[in-house]
Design a protein around this ligand. Structure first.
Ligand SMILES: NC(=O)c1ccc[n+]([C@@H]2O[C@H](COP(=O)([O-])OP(=O)(O)OC[C@H]3O[C@@H](n4cnc5c(N)ncnc54)[C@H](OP(=O)(O)O)[C@@H]3O)[C@@H](O)[C@H]2O)c1
Length: 348
């Protein structure tokens, strides 16, 4: 049975060093009552993204785009939830929905937010809806297909390669006929990249000289660098970019916690010398094309050519320590947290 109280994590301190339980208070509030145009959600699964650092670090009452959290506010993120009660057109009790909600058992939602709430397609499990078939997979898909525009035979390098986005981007490039090298933290992740995800090579940035290994594994240079971390790894990849090479700026996890951004990029003229291109993407801006990506990724999953690597923690009480895993590299695959299973609800 669903809990009659609403356990939740509220933000109490902005990040100042490694984050964890000390930034939040584990508390309980009332189950929200909804008004016209809202629905009551029971949150079932949480997704974690390194950019949640910014939600914790900044808040502006006037800048709704910043989406920061006020001190005392419930932490937010992407969720899969079950509609318990609805006064919002198009949503019904029992529906599974994917949207932007809170680190709490129950949330009131008007269906809007950083990502508009949508129904999870029938048959898609919540973990996939948040991961490979969610924003994570969308960033990988459009980063590869639209921004990188890969050609078979090219050399593709991806950082945070055993993470949520990186593992999909690298496997996609392999499916599309490229030579794929992954950069990841630790032997276990590197072994998985080569042994199970089918990469042609892997570099352990914790124990190896990344520059030397890139030179050895990509002797003719890099055609595409899919960047998830920024910082020195981006500089090393850019120095090795081939003629007409592309850099996909998907994220920069190594830089998110820096309060003062270091000057850079240090060697951007390397782009000029090779007619190179460096281009960012924001997955949510491709929302009208998500069905195309979901169809392609679902097909590869069904055929066994694509593996959805997930790292699942169970229990809402672990949400802060689960988010912290992204910055220490403890996560192996897409970081998710399961709160509860859906329940059968009586028809309205
Ligand atoms: N553009 C978009 O629309 C979009 C959408 C979703 C996500 N993203 C971005 O994509 C990137 C990957 O996201 P994700 O959710 O899949 O996370 P993830 O890659 O699964 O997890 C983060 C990983 O980053 C690596 N890392 C952490 N701190 C680092 C540091 N200081 N230096 C180097 N590597 C570090 C760790 O991997 P190792 O152990 O292998 O080092 C860690 O496992 C993030 O930058 C995220 O913000 C962008």
């Amino acid at each position: 049975m669903p809990s009659p109280i609403n356990r939740q994590w509220v933000l109490t301190a902005r990040p100042d060093g490694p984050i964890g339980d000390h930034n939040f208070r584990w508390t309980q509030g009332a189950i929200p009552s909804i008004s016209e145009g809202q629905m009551l959600l029971r949150n079932l699964w949480l997704s974690f993204d390194p950019t949640q650092w910014f939600l914790m670090a900044y808040y502006s009452e006037v800048d709704s785009e910043s989406n920061g959290i006020p001190i005392g506010g419930v932490m937010r993120g992407l969720t899969v939830s079950q509609v318990v009660e609805s006064r919002l057109e198009g949503f019904h009790p029992g529906d599974l929905v994917h949207g932007y909600s809170g680190w709490e058992e129950y949330s009131a939602s008007d269906g809007r937010g950083y990502f508009p709430t949508t129904r999870v397609p029938p048959g898609v499990p919540p973990n996939l809806a948040l991961g490979t078939l969610g924003v994570t997979g969308m960033a990988a898909y459009f980063g590869v297909v639209d921004v990188a525009r890969p050609k078979a035979g090219e050399t593709f390098v991806v950082s945070a390669a055993a993470g949520g986005v990186g593992s999909i981007a690298g496997q996609m490039a392999k499916i599309l006929g490229l030579k794929v090298i992954g950069i990841a933290g630790g032997r276990q992740k590197c072994d998985w990249l080569v042994g199970e995800a089918g990469f042609d090579g892997a570099i352990d940035h914790r124990s190896e000289d990344v520059g030397a290994r890139l030179t050895a594994l990509c002797p003719d240079g890099i055609d595409i660098y899919f960047d998830n971390v920024g910082g020195p790894t981006l500089d090393l990849a850019r120095e090795r970019l081939r003629r007409n090479g592309r850099i996909v700026v998907c994220g920069g996890t190594s830089r998110y916690a820096e309060t003062v951004q270091p000057p850079g990029p240090v060697n951007y003229l390397a782009l000029c010398m090779v007619n190179g291109r460096m281009e960012g993407l924001l997955a949510r801006d491709y929302a009208d094309r998500f069905p195309e990506a979901v169809a392609a990724l679902s097909g590869w999953l069904a055929s066994g050519r694509l593996r959805s690597k997930e790292d699942v923690v169970v229990g809402l009480e672990h949400a802060p320590s689960t988010l912290a895993r992204l910055y220490s590299g403890a996560n192996f695959g897409k970081q998710l947290l399961k709160i509860a299973d859906p329940v059968d609800l009586p028809a309205a």
